[in-house]
Design a protein around this ligand. Structure first.
Ligand SMILES: Nc1ncnc2c1ncn2[C@@H]1O[C@H](COP(=O)(O)OP(=O)(O)OP(=O)(O)O)[C@@H](O)[C@H]1O
Length: 291
């Protein structure tokens, strides 16, 4: 968003929360005031306390970034199996960088990442998807528009050695989501925004991952599709037992959905709680939920 003006930024942010354009603070102001939240920074034991059962996705003292630039500084995270976590925070705080780091898209300078007790810190994205059961769902517009819905889904199984297995997984997706089944031979570029997001999520399911990293599921969607996408994610968590780590600019939606919420400020964890606790926190409300 390099060319975005301050007024455009305000407009964009106002769409994420519940406030009006006028009532929303500038991006820089939010970032500055959010620093004060860091005084309540939780320790690793507190994070574990929020965990249901054994920790499943754990990050310990992560230092990561791009090239030589460190974006995340000593970042910790603990999520139980089948739990969901939503990361919120000012623009540029490093939320997506956490997902990138878990999936292997960043340089890691220190710290560890575990899934199911296994150290996955230095695995490649391919190994994380194929061997560690971690899938990354891109922000948006990642479907191949000239390929059919079915072909797009099968692309999700390109790491499976046996195409027949990918086909079986795709058939299971079609059984579950008849909306996609009805359109299996349709070009993906002709799908509605909500259907496209459903296809992007479904494509990640072909490898049958345990952990879903979901980057901004509501971005660019009309309100009616946003609810649909969150219902799909709730089903994947509650019925299929997937563990979800999500970044969501619509902080209200994200915190209503997730069991846990973390506020990230300048690459560091500033505040953690249940989704409900953060929704009820007046400072979080003022800074990220539109007042
Ligand atoms: N591929 C990259 N190469 C270099 N720097 C990057 C890259 N991706 C992100 N950054 C930088 O890392 C910092 C954190 O970016 P990140 O996208 O993680 O923030 P964010 O909290 O998700 O922000 P937003 O809410 O605006 O999406 C920013 O300063 C950004 O410019």
């Amino acid at each position: 968003m390099a060319s975005e003006t301050e007024s455009e930024k305000k407009k964009r942010i106002s769409g994420y929360g519940t406030g009006t354009v006028e009532s929303v603070m500038s991006v820089d102001q939010v970032a500055k005031e959010a620093q004060a939240l860091s005084e309540q920074r939780p320790d690793a034991a507190t994070l574990r306390g929020y965990c249901k059962g054994e920790p499943f996705v754990t990050i310990e003292g992560l230092r990561a970034g791009y090239g030589k630039m460190e974006i995340l500084h000593e970042f910790d995270l603990v999520v139980g199996k089948g739990q969901s976590l939503c990361l919120i925070g000012p623009n540029g705080a490093g939320k997506s960088t956490i997902l990138h780091s878990i999936f292997g898209f960043t340089n890691i300078y220190g710290g560890k990442i575990f899934v199911g007790g296994n150290d996955i810190t230095s695995l490649s994205p391919k190994e994380k998807l194929r061997d560690a059961g971690v899938a990354y769902i891109l922000q948006d517009n990642s479907v191949f528009p000239d390929m059919t819905v079915e072909e797009n889904l099968l692309m999700g199984g390109y790491l499976k050695n046996r195409p027949a297995e990918a086909k079986q997984s795709a058939d299971r997706v079609f059984e579950k989501y008849t909306r996609l089944a009805d359109r299996r031979h349709q070009r993906a570029g002709t799908l509605s925004g909500g259907e496209r997001r459903l296809l992007e999520i479904s494509r990640a399911l072909i490898m049958n991952p345990e952990v879903l990293l979901v980057d901004e599921p509501s971005i660019g969607l009309e309100p009616r599709f946003i609810d649909m996408v969150f219902e799909i994610l709730a089903d994947l968590q509650n019925v299929e037992g997937k563990t979800i780590v999500m970044v969501e600019q619509n902080a209200k939606k994200g915190l209503e959905f997730a069991d846990l919420g973390y506020v990230l400020v300048s690459g560091q964890l500033a505040l953690a709680g249940t989704g409900t606790e953060l929704l009820e926190n007046p400072e979080v409300g003022r800074l990220f939920l539109g007042g």
